[in-house]
Design a protein around this ligand. Structure first.
Ligand code: SF4
Length: 353
């Protein structure tokens, strides 16, 4: 059965054939705490015959979400500690997050902001709150980049997006505006002329960071949506979350990163999953992630390599957590090549060629 509208309850997912009878009860229990939404484009990607389907795993609620472990926390990356006014997170000197909206077209089961996104979450900034957030950006001359995130900022109407871009256009020290979104994948038809015009409604350099975790998410329609953005002069980068049972496989990740590059999207971040409540079934050990990333080095070109990062709990920002390929060795260094073979640097004796 093909869904024509976004499915928002456990019962709607069950009626659409996406949850079997045994999963309906746990899914109802999950829905009492966390928001559910599966868009028609995502429903069409799910393989209903595969109980381990990696698309289903990202979007369909499971009993695993009912377990909250002791290390998990409601604000896993510490946004609240760096929020001087509502809607702003100012963690690094030269950039801010502007969270204008807290709803998404889909809700990822591993979401790091799952306690604040959704209709019951922090909502959309009221006009006076948006004005206050923009005033904060205007008063901080060190802010070079504004990152619209949320929620998914591309769910805002083109009219509201244009208003935000026009307000940012008046701030000379803001040079870059970046949007973090899943819309080109989960609602590709929304990327039309009106939305693209809104993204360009300022003189700022605009980036779109696409969140996608599996090659199958880059459907023909998603690729076409990305092409419309890039053809319009909007640069694209990617972000992917490393998730157990979804993409914890170097060959599959290599395929995803190559697909990004083929579609003119520069791979940017590979996130280690955050300590969001009810997400322990998605988390790998950091050592497992390091092995996967080391394997990627030998499989794909530098253009395709993402940076493996961890958001340090408590709001301390990102750390690059791939294994170093070089270490001190006496007076010099030992450096590891893409095959895993170690070499002295500077070379010694016959290795000098
Ligand atoms: S799109 Fe982003 S903010 Fe929205 S549910 Fe998914 S991870 Fe969370």
């Amino acid at each position: 059965m093909t869904a024509r509208r976004t499915l928002k309850t456990a019962d709607e997912l069950h009626a659409a054939g996406l949850l079997d009878d045994s999963r309906l009860g746990p899914a109802r229990a999950v829905a009492e705490r966390y928001t559910i939404a599966v868009s028609p484009a995502v429903a069409a990607l799910i393989d209903r015959d595969d109980p381990q389907d990696p698309i289903a795993r990202q979007f369909l609620p499971t009993a695993d979400e009912l377990l909250t472990t002791t290390e998990e926390r409601s604000d896993p990356i510490g946004d609240a500690a760096h929020s001087p006014v509502k809607g702003i997170v100012h963690r690094y000197p030269d950039r801010v997050l502007l969270k204008a909206v807290h709803v998404c077209p889909v809700y990822c089961r591993f979401c790091f902001r799952r306690e604040v996104v959704g209709p019951q979450g922090d909502g959309t900034l009221a006009p006076d709150e948006l004005q206050a957030a923009i005033a904060y950006i205007r008063e901080q001359p060190e802010i070079w980049e504004v990152i619209l995130t949320g929620g998914d900022p591309l769910v805002l109407s083109p009219r509201r997006l244009s208003q935000i871009m026009e307000m940012l256009a008046d701030i000379p020290h803001v040079r870059i505006v970046r949007f973090h979104t899943r819309v080109p994948v989960v609602d590709p038809d929304a990327v039309g002329d009106a939305l693209i015009a809104a993204l360009k409604a300022s003189c700022k350099t605009t980036y779109v960071a696409l969140h996608a975790n599996h090659p199958r998410e880059l459907s023909e329609a998603a690729r076409a949506a990305c092409a419309r953005l890039v053809d319009a002069g909007i640069a694209m980068v990617s972000q992917t979350v490393l998730l157990r049972g979804v993409n914890d496989d170097p060959a599959l990740l290599a395929e995803l990163m190559k697909a990004f590059v083929e579609n003119r999207i520069k791979p940017y971040y590979l996130h280690h999953p955050d300590l969001a409540p009810g997400t322990s079934h998605f988390r790998l050990e950091i050592a497992e992630g390091q092995r996967i990333v080391a394997d990627l080095r030998g499989r794909i070109s530098g253009l395709c390599q993402p940076t493996y990062v961890l958001d340090i709990p408590g709001g301390h920002g990102k750390a690059v957590i791939g294994e170093s390929e070089i270490h001190r060795d006496g007076g010099g260094y030992t450096v590891r090549d893409f095959r895993g073979v170690e070499h002295a640097y500077p070379p010694r004796g016959q290795d000098q060629d």
